[in-house]
Write a protein that binds this ligand. Sequence first.
Ligand code: ADP
Ligand code: MG
Length: 624
Amino acid sequence: MTEEKTTQSHAFQAEVAELLSLMVHSVYSETDIFLRELISNASDACDKLRYEAISRPELLAGDERLVIRLVPDAKAGTLAVTDTGIGMTQQELVDNLGTIARSGTKAFVQSLAEAKDGMGLIGKFGVGFYAVFMVADRVEVTSRRAGSDETWVWRSDGGAGFELAPANEEQAKRVPRGTEVLIHLKEDAKKFAERFELERIVRTYSDHILFPIELSDDKGEARQINAASAPWQRSRSELKPEDYKEAYKSIAMAFDEPALTLHYRAEGRQSYAVMLFVPTMRPFDLADPGRKGRIKLYVRRVYITDDAELLPPYLRFVRGVIDSEDLPLNVSREMLQNNPQVTQIRTAVTGRVLGELESTADKDADTYKKVWEAFGPVLKEGLYEDHERRVQLLSLCRFASSASDEPRSLKQYVADLKPNQTEIYYLVGESLERLKANPKLEAAKARGIEVLLLADPIDAFWTIMPSDHEGKPLKSLSQGDVDFGLVPLLDKDAPTPDAAEAYKDVLAAVKEQLGDQVSEVRASQRLTDSAACLVAAAGGRDRELERLLARQERGVGAKPVLELNMRHEIVKALARSIGEKKESDVADLSALLLAQAQILDGEVPRDPAAFARRLNDLILRGLA
Ligand code: ADP
Ligand code: MG
């Protein structure tokens, strides 16, 4: 059979073609990172084989060594990156090097569409294998899956497609197991065939890769150029801040710097080494619906999985390694789910991470502020999910506030309580701007009472459950009765609301007009300037949550309570119309008060056309 006959042509998935055209025409200056991507893939391939060989040792037959090798050829203008790892079958070559599977690359392609400067994004995301086309005219990947007797060659010049053919004899001999990525370097990328250049890049990006990275010389002899050490196994005193930064970058495949580092060894019932990092930048997968963490589990320095849920989902922004001395090497990924040793590690490490956040909040408020800005909304998910740690998590929370431009802790809030104030007040809403303009803040403002403003989507959920801080309950300003009566007004001469009794008839008349659009109409304690607002009944769901659920059509739609500011001129006018039995004024004013309360809450009145008509009618009647 000739090669031509068996060569198959494949088209790239559309996104790959798009990505490749960007790579091929790249003017990005830090092209170095292509090597880091290839070495990282080679290292993954060695990890995978080592893991599979635990149950199938025959996979390693013929060559026990797991090694990565760089073979530059300056004369030919090529660089080969080879590994003796797991390799790829024909189908895997098609799937892995023809589509975009990894979420990082997907996120990259998505951001490209929105970005002005696509190049700047390469450094932020990493683009995986396809980065090789920044430096390559042509790439040939020769691969043989461990345990298989077929070797296949994938070939592409970064155009619309790639070719796949069985390896010839010489190629098959060259790659007895694993993968060789042979790069025909572009004219302006010939430096990547220089040994000192390769050595420099490996030192910078891949020093901590656990497999030996060897560099071949002209005579075909190879020399190891990376440290190949597990930094988490070293003691803290041996490592400098620079070492941690490098470890973070190579372990987490990250490009930023760690905001926090946690490195220790647990001894006792179990022993394990922990090296964890809190990033400065939000990792791209933070918003993935799967909410998966990425902590890497090693067992005695063998990589097992990054899918073991070693931290709860609300700490999924934490990156790093946990290396156990006690777990069995052949622990299957499924078994990890219910393994009591893993559960114990998870509990202990979660406690340590939260402890570290706490002590940072105490000792280094600036750093904590940055961490909170990046990851606060994620951490807050724990308030909803982790009841045991709720108190601790609440104390880690920082909130926007009506009293301060700086984020506030509950501790600070409680320290500044007004005389006779016994509750911690908050308001949940869609955005800070909207919350700040919310009329429900008025009475609190008149008494100088601080209100926490909660505008993250998760806030509508965790606030369902009662919480308190040092015995002071958290209380929503848009739910149930709020009684500020005992807290003195800042302005001593402001009128105090008269007894509700006096307004009984007015309230009943408005309720009759509005029917079952509201569950109740009552005189407000929280308004001083605005005429009306909507609140949830005591024990009912917060208005913001009702709205969220209604939008997802999950709401049963509990009826709100309409509160009226009895001292407002419009409400007084309404009261007069009721007294004078001016039926159409009563109807219009009641409907308008409800509509404006809805608008202030960010809702649209049920019938906007009718609302506009009533408003116009009223104005014209007034003008007439
Ligand atoms: P990622 O490494 O994040 O999955 P890449 O674009 O770097 O994304 O690689 C895509 C896939 O190609 C990998 O997931 C892997 O399955 C496969 N692959 C790439 N290089 C190798 C290799 N040297 N050995 C085996 N498989 C590889
Ligand atoms: Mg990769």
